[in-house]
Write a protein that binds this ligand. Structure first.
Ligand code: GTR
Length: 393
């Protein structure tokens, strides 16, 4: 804990008056009741239960406030002065794709800059559905994946997420100095940056903005889920191996999974989250949410949770449980078929099989392809649901 103090102070100091106001409703973990099951997302802050669809937008806002207030921190609004600089285009993948690299700049002077890239099929179009990955998709190590995505007729966009936050507790670099006054932590900063790339993609004639996907693996899977949950322009959110603070569950934890205490440990990834989250270590059943609340924000848009059975640490079982507990919200909003999970054999990596599955689900949603059979099969078919409430009738 002592190690975290300079970081906590820097997060708190960077909070402006607006944030302080938002803090007003914040409670200590002990002030929340113990709820052992996955909490009911339909219960509003007043204690009343949502009964009609028209109430969902305000409940959705309450859920987002909870998650930002206790888990991820608050982000700045979209800048109104986003600009692409140093735009360079060349043919790549043996002439099958055009690769455009650019630097997105935004915010007050001096402007924040992040390196981005977009690959698009060289033929077809004129518009392409796009997969946004929190990864530098134009770089050498991503080429085999890029080839797979392009082959299927999708554009592929990404950015250097270390430009935004270098994946450490230092808030004197990355995006933070450009936007003082916000208590966002790393995952929120990466999610925000992916939304800025999305802003830019929406200005391009080559992008089919009705069919945009966001994905990422592991830590960037957590950020992708947060981005897709908040950004209603995203049609399909597909986190992979995202586990604790992503698709997993803080309450439903079989043996050997990453716990809230472990992930927020001062020697590990505490800085990915708002410092308040660490306060719930050992008190997970007092959290006023679990990760199915984040998934519920995606509805009625589509959500595909991708995992691997051997990746126990990322809690695939808990991921199924949060999918099961988010499903009533999808059904309530008339989007029952828009939530699915795929869990292959093997370990912690995003491999060609995962990309194929993601593209198959996207084809089903966007291109009228048949619904993949796996989309209606739960990886742990015998799992009992971890909640007693049900969808409002
Ligand atoms: C693990 C960590 C996970 C996950 C992963 C990664 O060691 O415990 O939460 O994010 O690293 O990003 O590679």
């Amino acid at each position: 804990m002592l190690k975290m103090i300079p970081w906590i102070i820097s997060v708190m100091v960077s909070m402006g008056a607006a944030e302080a106001e938002k803090e007003a409703g914040i409670r200590a973990p002990e002030e929340f009741p113990v709820v052992r099951e996955l909490p009911d997302p339909f219960v509003m802050n007043t204690g009343e239960r949502v009964s009609g669809k028209e109430q969902w937008p305000s409940r959705r806002k309450e859920i987002a406030d909870l998650l930002l207030g206790y888990e991820y921190g608050h982000m700045p609004p979209a800048p109104d002065n986003l600009r692409a600089e140093s735009v360079e285009t060349k043919l790549t993948l043996e002439g099958k794709a055009t690769a455009t690299t650019f630097v997105l700049s935004m915010g007050p002077e001096p402007r924040f800059r992040m390196h981005c890239g977009l690959l698009a099929p060289a033929t077809g179009g004129p518009k392409f559905p796009v997969i946004i990955a929190i990864d530098p998709v134009w770089q050498e190590h991503v080429i085999p994946t890029a080839a797979q995505v392009i082959e299927r007729g999708y554009a592929f966009a990404g950015f250097i997420y270390h430009d935004v936050d270098n994946d450490n507790a230092d808030r004197s670099d990355g995006v933070y100095p450009f936007y003082p006054g916000y208590d966002w932590a790393t995952l929120a900063a990466w999610a925000w940056a992916s939304m800025r790339l999305t802003d830019y993609l929406c200005t391009l004639d080559s992008i089919d903005t009705d069919h945009m996907v966001v994905t990422g693996h592991s830590r960037t899977g957590k950020a992708a889920l947060l981005a897709g949950a908040l950004d209603e322009r995203i049609a399909l959110t597909a986190p992979h191996g995202s586990g604790a603070g992503g698709s997993g569950s803080f309450r439903i934890q079989p043996k050997d999974v990453e716990t809230l205490a472990l992930i927020t440990d001062p020697t590990r990834f505490h800085y990915w989250f708002h410092p308040r989250l660490a306060g719930f270590a050992g008190k997970e059943d007092r959290l006023p949410f679990d990760q199915h609340f984040l998934k519920a924000l995606v509805a009625p848009r589509a959500l595909l949770s991708l995992d691997a059975r051997g990746d126990i640490w990322s809690n695939p079982y808990g991921t199924q449980q949060t999918n099961m507990a988010a499903a009533p919200v999808f059904e309530f909003l008339g989007a029952k078929e828009k939530i699915a999970m795929f869990c292959r054999e093997g370990g912690h990596d995003m491999i060609p099989e995962d990309w194929a599955v993601l593209l198959d689900f996207a084809d089903y949603l966007f291109k009228n392809a048949p619904r993949p059979a796996w989309a209606d099969i739960l990886p742990f078919p015998k799992a009992k649901r971890a909640y007693s409430w049900s969808m409002p009738k």
